[in-house]
Design a binder for this molecule. Structure first.
Ligand SMILES: [Zn+2]
Length: 70
């Protein structure tokens, strides 16, 4: 007989890479879409890295607007 104090057997989906909470099957390896979007945003920023050296006096593409989707 298994004595599990937690009482809830969660599947091993790993932990969310963003907040560290248990990941959900729907958004794994993240817990929520919000966290998935955060990671995606980071990844995209990395990919969109300009191949040339960024000019310090040219920041027309300064900030990416946060997508607060609810
Ligand atoms: Zn998370």
């Amino acid at each position: 007989m298994a004595a599990d104090a937690s009482g809830e057997a969660a599947p091993d989906l790993g932990k969310c890479a963003i907040c560290g909470r248990p990941a959900t099957p729907e958004y794994r390896p993240f817990c929520t879409r919000r966290c998935a979007d955060v990671d995606l945003g980071r990844w995209l920023r990395g990919s969109y890295a300009i191949p040339v050296k960024p000019s310090e006096d040219d920041e027309e593409n300064g900030a990416i607007p946060d997508e607060d989707e609810r």
